[in-house]
Design a protein around this ligand. Structure first.
Ligand code: FEO
Length: 135
């Protein structure tokens, strides 16, 4: 069973965004699998780089949609993105330093980092972007 099981409760109802969120969930699960196999410290920097890079790309996609359609809560959402990027970059730095263990504390942090943003912040744009025809 995956660490985070994708379910409709994570869906914003926009296929392109859901696909990107699924990939982020997949990267968090990949890190969890590696830690279970005892490869956490060797694999963590690689997966965290992938996670950070894809996070930046996904956030940029959402922000382009906000700008394109005049989403009213854009400043708050962009601030939340910026904070989340800093948090994952902090983990990257720790991983680069070499004495980094992917334990349940880190995994639960990443799970909350992702799920709370999707369900708490992304859900706020759902009806607005759907009403603009974003699919
Ligand atoms: Fe899906 Fe605002 O990140």
């Amino acid at each position: 069973m995956a660490f985070i099981e994708w379910s409709d409760t994570y869906s914003v109802g926009i296929r392109s965004i859901d696909n990107e969120h699924r990939r982020l969930v997949g990267l968090v699960n990949k890190l969890h699998d590696a830690s279970l196999q005892g490869q956490g410290s060797a694999t963590a920097p690689v997966v965290l780089n992938e996670l950070a890079s894809y996070t930046v790309s996904h956030f940029a996609h959402e922000e382009r949609l906000f700008d394109q359609h005049g989403y009213p809560d854009t400043p708050n959402h962009k601030r939340a993105h910026s904070d989340l990027v800093k948090q994952v970059q902090d983990l990257q730095e720790k991983a680069k330093a070499g004495n980094f263990t992917v334990g349940m504390e880190v995994m639960n942090f990443l799970k909350n980092w992702l799920v709370q943003h999707i369900q708490g912040t992304d859900f706020k744009y759902r009806d607005f972007l759907i009403s603009k025809g974003v699919i």
